[in-house]
Ligand binder design. Structure first.
Ligand code: RB5
Length: 159
């Protein structure tokens, strides 16, 4: 079985947790594609959300983990991209539900909010929980369908 690639991205607020998660994932046998940032100098989280989310939107990578100080900014930014479902999780339950019901393809974490062991627990749950499909697939599909409908109408009305 080929190894799964997991994308990583963070700003300075998530840099430390990203470095821990990167090693942890490699020890579990995953291939890590780290989109930065690569040190703790202050940067803007939308730039790193963009790198990871655009890669998911283009179909280059299936899943990833994004981290900023709270996880809020980077998840808001990532969710602007088609096909991206970034879920900000703070315990195993939210991680489990984000996979079962939302088929989340990005896990967002708050590097200044949660501890290392909790982050590993959340990550394990998230990586190992399958999407339930069924009625949840219909709802998940509506996210991009309705956004596309909005943009088509908006662009038509503003040309
Ligand atoms: C950076 O100071 C901080 O605002 C950022 O990491 C994040 O928490 C934003 O949502």
């Amino acid at each position: 079985m080929s190894k799964e690639v997991i994308a990583l991205g963070s700003d300075h607020g998530g840099f430390y947790l990203k470095s821990i998660i990167s090693k942890y994932l490699e020890n579990l046998g995953y291939i890590v594609k780290d989109f930065g940032t690569y040190d703790d100098k202050s940067v803007d989280y939308p730039d790193y959300a963009y790198k990871v989310a655009a890669s998911i939107s283009r179909g280059e990578i299936e899943r990833g983990v994004i981290i900023c100080g709270t996880g809020i900014g980077i998840s808001i930014a990532a969710n602007k991209f088609p096909g991206v479902r970034a879920a900000l999780c703070w315990d195993s339950y939210t991680a489990k539900m984000s996979r079962l019901h939302n088929n989340a393809n990005l896990l967002a974490l708050g590097g200044r909010i949660i501890g290392i062991e909790l982050a590993k627990d959340i990550l394990n749950t998230w990586l190992n929980t399958e999407f339930e499909g069924g009625r949840h697939l219909r709802r998940v599909n509506k996210i991009d369908e309705l956004a596309a409908k909005f943009w088509l109408e908006y662009l038509e009305a503003n040309k």
